[in-house]
Design a protein around this ligand. Structure first.
Ligand SMILES: Nc1nc2c(c(=O)[nH]1)N[C@H]1C(S)=C(S)[C@@H](COP(=O)(O)OP(=O)(O)OC[C@H]3O[C@@H](n4cnc5c(=O)[nH]c(N)nc54)[C@H](O)[C@@H]3O)O[C@H]1N2
Ligand SMILES: Nc1nc2c(c(=O)[nH]1)N[C@H]1C(S)=C(S)[C@@H](COP(=O)(O)OP(=O)(O)OC[C@H]3O[C@@H](n4cnc5c(=O)[nH]c(N)nc54)[C@H](O)[C@@H]3O)O[C@H]1N2
Ligand code: SF4
Ligand SMILES: [Mo]
Length: 899
C-alpha cells in the first residue's frame, strides 16, 4: 500500500531511495511545507528499515533553489508547447536531412523504468535507429556483457538473502562500505556470525579495513587472480564434474587459457603484486568454502578487460556449481538505483527491449508487439563512440536525459567541445545548476525529480520496487516519460505513445516481457501484464522473473542449470591475457584511479545540497602513497596539480599508506559547479573494453607536481558566489549559506583585495587587516545577522573556518560580540578540527578516539559514549578502524612503558 498513515497533511508514502543500487525502501513523511522526514522501511526486503547516511539526509535535499522550473528554447523561457514542438521539429528535420542514424538519445540509470521504456521505444521502434545509450555504459556494461557471454542472458543469479547465508564473501573492485553501505552492514552482520570477508582492491579502503583479508591487487590484474583460482579449482576436489557435464560447455579451453595466464601461483601472485601467503590464503578459503559469494563492482567493470574480468569470476563459480545456490554465487553490485531497470527495457545501444537483442527474429518480434513502423535493424553507437560521432558531426541531434556526460564521461573536455557542435541538443534535467551541458542546449526541459516522480526501479537483486511521489513537481516540471511521449506524439506517433500514466507503460513493458517468451528469456514479468492503476499503486516489491501465473518472483536462478543459451548450457569463457591500455611512463608515472566517497553522489546534484553530507569530506583531494609523495615533492595537506594526456586538475593532497605505490586516487564528484579545477573526468582516458564498450576509468597515466599556494581564504555568503572558476577550490553548503574555500598562489593581500569586490555592497563592513602577518578579515553585518565573512591568511585557518561555519546563521546581538568575531577573541584556537566521522551526529574523530582511550572497545560502546554510529551506521567502518588503530598502538605503548 502506498499510504501508511491516516493524517491527510502528513500522509507517509512508501518509496525507494534515489541513490544506489541497494534499492532501500524508505518511508517519506511530508511536513506539509514542501519538506519531508525520511526513515527506512522496516518491511522492505532490501534494507529492513536501515538507510545509510545519504538516505538519512534525503530530507535536507528537497530545497528548490537550484531547480529548473520552466522549459526554455535557445536560452529563452518558453511554453511546454513550444519546447516540445521545437524538439520534435528539430528531430524530424535532422532525420529528414541526414537519416535516423544522425540522431541519438543518451539516458541514465537514474531514470525510472517507465521513462526509459518509452525513450527506447521511440528511438528503436519509431525513429528507426538504435543510437540510444546510457551512463550504464560507464557503469554496468561489462557485467551485462559477461553475464550474456556466460549465461546467454543478463541475469544476476542470487539475492541479498544469500549474503546472510554465505560463509565467505569476496568483494573485488567494490568499496561497498562507502558505495553500498546498507549491504555492507548486512555483510558485517554475516561476519559477526562467523563468515569471512576478503576485499580485493589496490587501495586499502574502508571496505578493506572491515575485512579478514585484503589483497592490494595491481590495477587490472583481477583476471590473473581468478585464472589462478580456476587452475587450483581444477586440481581440487571441488571441481563440479556432474554440474559441468550437465549444464556447461567450454571448460577445457577456458582452463587452458587460465593456465597460460597463471602458470603457477607464484607467478600469478607476483603479477598481481599480492604477497604470496595472502594470495594462497584467498585461494584456500575460496576452494574450501561451498557457500561463497563473489561480489564485484567498478574495479572490475570499468576496465579495458572488464568483461574478461567478469567472466574470469563466473568461470570459477560455474566450475564449482556455486551459482544461484543458497549462500553462493557471483554477484554484480549495481551502481545506480535503476541500472537494472534500464537493462530490462533495453537501454543500451546493443540491446532491444525486454532483454532481447538484434537477431532478425527478435527485431521482428518487438516490431510486431509495438506495431512499429521503422524498427532499428542493428546495434547503435555505445557511449564513447556516440560522443565521438557527435564530435565528428555524424550525430547532429542529441537528447540527454538525467545524466551529465560533460562531467562523467572520460576525456570530458572533449565531450564539452563536441556538444557545442550539435545542430540540436535537448536536455531534460531537474537542475539549473549543472556543469557543462545547459549552456549548449537548444531545448531545456525541466524534469520532475525524486519525491515527485512516479514509477518503478529494479535493484541489484532483480527486485522491482515502486518509487512513489509525495509532493507535486515545482514550477512547470514534468516527468521524463511525459516529455518523450509528447515529442513522439508531435512527431506523428501519438497512438503508440498514448498512456494515461506510468502504470500503463509498466503494464505494456510487462506484457512485452512475456510476449512469445515461453521460458526462452530470463526477463519475464508476465504476472504484472494486466495490472491497472490501483494494482500498480499498491504493488509490493518483487523479484523477477515472475511469469504469468507465478504467485511470487524467483529468488535464485541457475542452481539446476537451465541457462538461456540455445542449448540451455552456460559457457566457460577463455579470457584474454590482461594488460593496461596505457602504461605509466616517465612523463606520466602514476596511474590515476577514480571513484567515490561515502557522503557524495556523482556530480553532487542532490547530495551537494546537504550540510550534513558536506561535513565528512569538504574538499576535492588526491590520495598518494608516502614514497610517491616524497618522490614527486608533494606534501600532506598541500596542493598538487595532476596532468594526463587529456586534461589537468588541482587537488588537495592526502598522503596515506593505504594507497598503492605507483597509483593515485581521486574522487569523481567535484566539477565546475562545486570547484574550479577539480573535475577529474577531464583526466580520465576513453579506452574501452572491446566487448562491452565500457571505458577504463580506474587507470589513467598521470603526472603529479606540487601546486604552490601562498594564501588561503574562506568566504561564507548567503547565496553561492559567482567567482571565476580558477579561484575556487571548493564550494559547500553551510547553515544559512554557502562556503567557498580558496587556495591561491598569490599573496593574501592581493587575494583579499580581489575577493573584497564580491562582498555584499549593502550592510556594515567590519574589517581587520594585519599586513605584517598577511591576515585580512572582513565581516559584513546586515542588522544583527551576518551577511558575509571573508577571511584570508598565509596559512590554512581550519579552526576559524569550523567556527564560522557553525556561527554564520546565528544572530550577533551586541558590539562586543561583533568585535569578538572579527578579532577571534571568543574563538578557541584549540577547538576540535579533526575530521567529522559521524555525519549524522557531527561527531569528530578526536571525540571518538577519546571514548576509545577511555575504554570503549567496541563500535557499540563508542556509540553509547558519544552517539557516533548510532543513526545510520555508515561510519561504523571508520569507527572500527579507529578502535583497531588504538589496539595496534597498545602493545607498543606497553613495551615503551616497560622500557
Ligand atoms: N557514496 C556513493 N555511493 C555510490 C555512488 C556514489 O556516487 N557515491 N555511486 C553509485 C554508483 S552509480 C556506482 S557504479 C557504485 C560504484 O561502487 P564501487 O564500484 O564500489 O565504487 P568505486 O569507488 O567506483 O570503485 C570501487 C573500487 O575499485 C577499486 N579498483 C580500482 N581498480 C581496480 C582493479 O583493477 N581491481 C580491483 N579489484 N579493484 C580496483 C578502487 O580502488 C575502488 O575502491 O557506487 C554507487 N554508490
Ligand atoms: N572518472 C570516472 N568517471 C566516472 C565514473 C568513475 O568511477 N570514474 N563512474 C561512472 C559511473 S559508474 C556513473 S553511474 C556515472 C554517473 O554520472 P552522471 O550520471 O553524469 O551523474 P549524476 O550526477 O548522477 O547525473 C544525474 C543528472 O540527472 C539530473 N536529474 C536528477 N533527477 C532527475 C530526473 O528525475 N530526471 C532528469 N531528467 N534529470 C534528473 C541531475 O540534476 C544530474 O544532472 O559516472 C561515470 N563516470
Ligand atoms: S544504501 Fe544508502 S544510498 Fe543505497 S539505497 Fe540504501 S539508503 Fe540509499
Ligand atoms: Mo554507476
Amino acid at each position: 500500500m502506498s499510504t501508511t498513515s491516516a493524517s491527510p497533511l502528513k500522509t507517509s508514502v512508501k518509496t525507494t531511495c534515489p541513490y544506489c543500487g541497494v534499492g532501500c525502501g524508505i518511508i517519506a513523511t511530508p511536513d506539509g511545507d514542501g519538506g519531508a522526514t525520511v526513515t527506512g522501511d522496516a518491511e522492505h526486503p532490501a534494507n529492513f528499515g536501515r538507510v545509510c547516511v545519504k538516505g538519512a539526509a534525503l530530507g535536507e535535499t528537497l530545497g528548490l533553489s537550484r531547480r529548473l522550473l520552466h522549459p526554455a528554447v535557445r536560452g529563452v523561457r518558453a511554453s511546454w508547447d513550444r519546447a516540445i514542438g521545437e524538439a520534435a521539429r528539430g528531430l524530424e528535420e535532422t532525420i529528414r536531412r541526414h537519416g535516423p542514424e544522425s540522431v541519438a538519445f543518451y539516458l541514465s540509470g537514474q531514470l525510472l523504468t517507465e521513462d526509459y521504456y518509452v525513450a527506447n521505444k521511440l528511438m528503436k521502434g519509431f525513429i528507426g535507429s538504435a543510437n540510444v545509450d546510457t551512463n550504464s555504459r560507464l557503469c554496468m556494461a561489462s557485467s551485462v556483457a559477461g553475464h550474456k557471454r556466460a549465461f546467454g542472458s543478463d541475469t544476476v543469479p542470487n539475492a541479498y538473502a544469500d549474503l546472510d547465508l554465505a560463509d565467505l564473501i569476496v568483494l573485488t573492485g567494490s568499496n561497498a562500505a562507502w558505495c553500498h553501505p546498507v549491504l555492507h552492514q548486512r555483510m558485517q552482520d554475516a561476519r559477526q556470525r562467523g563468515a569471512r570477508i576478503v576485499t580485493i582492491d589496490p587501495r586499502r579502503t574502508a571496505t578493506a579495513d572491515d575485512s579478514d583479508l585484503h589483497l592490494p591487487i595491481a590495477p587490472g590484474m583481477d583476471s590473473v587472480l581468478f585464472a589462478a583460482l580456476l587452475v587450483e579449482i581444477s586440481k581440487s576436489a571441488v571441481l563440479a564434474h556432474d554440474y559441468m557435464a550437465a549444464h556447461t560447455s567450454g571448460f577445457e579451453a577456458a582452463l587452458q587459457r587460465a593456465r597460460e595466464i597463471a602458470p603457477d601461483t607464484e607467478t600469478a601472485a607476483r603479477r598481481c603484486d599480492i604477497p604470496l601467503p595472502d594470495f594462497r590464503t584467498f585461494i584456500d578459503w575460496w576452494i574450501a568454502t561451498p557457500r561463497t559469494i563473489t561480489c564485484y563492482s567498478q574495479g572490475v567493470n570499468q576496465s579495458a578487460q572488464g568483461t574478461d574480468k567478469v567472466n574470469a569470476i563466473l568461470n570459477c563459480h560455474l566450475a564449482t556449481g556455486r551459482i544461484g545456490k543458497t549462500g553462493s554465487g557471483p554477484f554484480s553490485l549495481t551502481g545506480q538505483p535503476n541500472a537494472m531497470g534500464g537493462r530490462e527495457v533495453g537501454g543500451l545501444a546493443n540491446q532491444l527491449a525486454a532483454h532481447m537483442g538484434f537477431t532478425d527474429a527478435e527485431v521482428d518480434r518487438v516490431g510486431r508487439f509495438w506495431n512499429a513502423p521503422r524498427m532499428a535493424q542493428r546495434e547503435g553507437l555505445k557511449a564513447v563512440d556516440m560522443f565521438d560521432a557527435v564530435g565528428s558531426g555524424r550525430i547532429k541531434a542529441l537528447w540527454i536525459m538525467c545524466t551529465n556526460p560533460a562531467v562523467s564521461l572520460p576525456d570530458a573536455d572533449r565531450v564539452r567541445r563536441a556538444l557545442a557542435k550539435l545542430d540540436l541538443l535537448i536536455v531534460s534535467d531537474a537542475n539549473a545548476a549543472i556543469d557543462g551541458i545547459l549552456e549548449n542546449a537548444h531545448v531545456i526541459m525541466p524534469a520532475a525529480a525524486w519525491s515527485e516522480k512516479d514509477g518503478t526501479v529494479t535493484n541489484s537483486e532483480r527486485r522491482i520496487t515502486r518509487q512513489r511521489p509525495f509532493r507535486a513537481p515545482p514550477g512547470e516540471a514534468k516527468p521524463d516519460w511525459w516529455m518523450t511521449c509528447e515529442v513522439a506524439r508531435r512527431m506523428g506517433f501519438g497512438a503508440a505513445f498514448d498512456y494515461a500514466g506510468p502504470h500503463e507503460i509498466f503494464a505494456e513493458h510487462a506484457a512485452l516481457s512475456a510476449f512469445e517468451n515461453n521460458g526462452t528469456r530470463d526477463f519475464d514479468i508476465g504476472a504484472q501484464a494486466g495490472l491497472d492503476k490501483q494494482a500498480y499503486d499498491a504493488m509490493a516489491p518483487f523479484q523477477w522473473p515472475m511469469p504469468a501465473g507465478a504467485a511470487a518472483g524467483a529468488e535464485r536462478l541457475f542452481a539446476d542449470g537451465n541457462f538461456f543459451t540455445p542449448d540451455r548450457k552456460a559457457r566457460f569463457i577463455a579470457i584474454d591475457a590482461p594488460g593496461l591500455k596505457a602504461a605509466p611512463s616517465r612523463e606520466r608515472p602514476l596511474l590515476l584511479n577514480t571513484g567515490r566517497i561515502r557522503d557524495q553522489w556523482h556530480t553532487m546534484a542532490r547530495t551537494g545540497l546537504s550540510q550534513r553530507l558536506a561535513l565528512h569530506i569538504a574538499e576535492p583531494f588526491v590520495e598518494i602513497h608516502p614514497d610517491d609523495a616524497g618522490r614527486y615533492g608533494v606534501t600532506d595537506g598541500g596542493y598538487a596539480s595532476l596532468r594526463s594526456d587529456y586534461g589537468s586538475v588541482i587537488l588537495k593532497v592526502v598522503v596515506t599508506e593505504g594507497q598503492k605505490r605507483g597509483m593515485a586516487f581521486a574522487p569523481i564528484h567535484w566539477n565546475d559547479m562545486t570547484s574550479g579545477r577539480a573535475r577529474v573526468g577531464a583526466l580520465a582516458q576513453g579506452f574501452y573494453d572491446p566487448v562491452s564498450g565500457q571505458p577504463e576509468m580506474k587507470a589513467t597515466p598521470v603526472a603529479i607536481e606540487p601546486a604552490p599556494v601562498n594564501s588561503y581564504a574562506f568566504f561564507v555568503t548567503r547565496e553561492p558566489l559567482d567567482l571565476p572558476a580558477w579561484l575556487v577550490h571548493a564550494q559547500l553548503p553551510v547553515e544559512g549559506g554557502t562556503a567557498t574555500l580558496i587556495a591561491n598562489p598569490r599573496d593574501p593581500a592581493g587575494v583579499h583585495a580581489y575577493l573584497s569586490n564580491f562582498l555584499p555592497a549593502n550592510g556594515e563592513l567590519l574589517a581587520l587587516e594585519d599586513t605584517q602577518s598577511g591576515t585580512f578579515r572582513s565581516i559584513v553585518m546586515d542588522g544583527t545577522s551576518i551577511a558575509a565573512v571573508l577571511f584570508c591568511a598565509p596559512q590554512r585557518e581550519t579552526a576559524f573556518f569550523e567556527f564560522m561555519r557553525a556561527r554564520f546563521a546565528r544572530a550577533v546581538t551586541d558590539n562586543a560580540e561583533r568585535l569578538a568575531l572579527l578579532t577571534g577573541r571568543d574563538f578557541d584556537a584549540s577547538a576540535d578540527t579533526s575530521p567529522v566521522v559521524c555525519s549524522c551526529h557531527g561527531v569528530r574523530s578526536s571525540v571518538i578516539a577519546g571514548t576509545i582511550a577511555a575504554g570503549a572497545s567496541t563500535v557499540d560502546a563508542v556509540g553509547e559514549a558519544c552517539k557516533a554510529g548510532t543513526n545510520c551506521g555508515s561510519c561504523k567502518p571508520e569507527i572500527r578502524k579507529l578502535i583497531e588503530t588504538d589496539h595496534a598502538r597498545q602493545p607498543a605503548l606497553a613495551s615503551a612503558d616497560a622500557a
